[in-house]
Design a protein around this ligand. Structure first.
Ligand code: OGA
Ligand code: NI
Length: 200
């Protein structure tokens, strides 16, 4: 598979310009469709788990704070779409490290489903006891999203609140320690791949 450096640069350039990188075709349409069908199967097979907050040693399940369900992607699943996704991320990380000297050495990604009524209150993505998460990335898998569906990603970016609709094909990239953000209550099932580029 070959990857588009142009799309990588679109994400990185918009990040450098405004602290929030956005690209519209980071995931190719077939890859996005494959990951979305995986997410739908995970839901049907009841494999999605209620998401916690905090890391392994400090995990709290607090539905008042966060009410999405998740499933971690893993090369060990031998799923063709997950493997294509990891190949894409390997290429993106190599590009980022060589152009921006970011020193990223790893990553983690999960599927996320917000059922109607779900949200994720204002937070930073870095844990208090572990600063390995450097960059946050979210890729949306919802084919249609109109005003009134809710579920926007609201980023507290300096003086303004930047609202991002979670529409198909859109990828978002920002520094995990820098920007507080939240997921507004959604009125429609809201699907994404979310993850972090890490050091150490
Ligand atoms: C997260 C998060 C944002 C989104 O999972 O930490 O902030 O738009 N997700 O899904
Ligand atoms: Ni977050």
């Amino acid at each position: 598979m070959s990857f588009s450096q142009i799309t990588f640069n679109e994400l990185i350039d918009s990040y450098i310009e405004g602290k929030v990188g956005i690209a519209n075709d980071f995931l190719s349409p077939p890859l996005a469709a494959g990951l979305k069908s995986n997410l739908v199967s995970l839901l049907e097979n009841k494999q999605l788990l209620s998401a916690g907050t905090g890391n392994d040693t400090e995990v709290v399940h607090n539905k008042l704070y966060r009410s999405d369900s998740i499933y971690w992607l893993d090369r060990k699943h031998n799923d063709p779409y997950e493997n294509d996704f990891f190949d894409l991320m390997d290429a993106f990380v190599a590009h980022l490290n060589s152009t921006c000297y970011t020193g990223i050495t790893g990553y983690e990604f999960h599927y996320a489903l917000y059922q109607p009524g779900s949200f994720y209150k204002r937070h930073f993505d870095q844990f208090r006891n572990n600063s390995s998460r450097q960059y946050s990335m979210i890729m949306y898998l919802n084919s249609e999203w109109t005003e009134g569906n809710g579920g926007e990603l609201r980023i507290y970016n300096g003086d303004y609140e930047q609202d991002i609709t979670p529409v198909y094909g859109k990828s978002v990239f920002f520094k995990s320690s820098e920007l507080e953000h939240e997921v507004l209550l959604t009125n429609k099932p809201r699907m994404s791949i979310t993850g972090w580029l890490k050091v150490g």
